[in-house]
Design a protein around this ligand. Structure first.
Ligand SMILES: [Zn+2]
Length: 177
């Protein structure tokens, strides 16, 4: 059961359709013999700003500015590859360890961060770049993350979205969304 792989993150703060598909993806990776554990889901604007500060001062990994990460809207997960069967997570940060995650998330219609140098990252499509994320930041500033999710709910019901996202549409339909 893949849910145990998500026990470190608060799934209530991640967009439910993404949670459902990510559970499938991680289960398929497990079936292929590779275990991924979610380390991050939602990240607040304050947390994002702190990470950005650390990055800019050379003390942390690459981090987008507050509001310009899909995590700020509950639209992304970061995973670590659990390197072996020993108890606890044995992190494997080598790039090839994320190949299976990339294959399965792409097959499910999600966006894999390996496309832009962030192999542990998997996210909802079409909200990747600063340009794409800025309207969501505006919406959160005037309302809430719930308003963002309501907008995405509307969006994914449209024929245009389904045509642009055939694999993700099929996954969601199968999962009862
Ligand atoms: Zn990420």
């Amino acid at each position: 059961m893949a849910r145990v792989n998500f026990k470190r993150v608060d799934l209530d703060r991640v967009y439910l359709p993404l949670v459902a598909v990510a559970l499938q993806v991680v289960a398929r990776c497990e079936a292929r013999g590779v275990s991924y554990v979610a380390t991050y889901g939602f990240r607040s604007l304050e947390e994002q700003a702190e990470l950005r500060c650390l990055f800019l001062s050379g003390k942390g990994g690459k981090a987008s500015a507050a509001g310009l990460s899909a995590h700020n809207y509950g639209l992304a997960f970061d995973f670590v590859c659990d390197g072996d069967a020993k108890p606890g997570v044995q992190p494997d940060w080598r790039l090839p360890a994320y190949r299976v995650l990339g294959e399965e998330s792409t097959k499910a219609g999600l966006v894999w961060g390996g496309r832009f140098g962030d192999a542990p990252h998997v996210q909802w499509p079409a909200y990747v770049s600063a340009l794409q994320l800025t309207p969501l930041r505006t919406l959160v500033e005037s309302s809430s993350v719930a308003a963002v999710w309501a907008r995405l709910d509307e969006e994914r019901k449209s024929p245009q979205w389904r045509a642009a996202n055939p694999k993700l549409s099929a996954e969601l339909e199968r999962l009862g969304f």
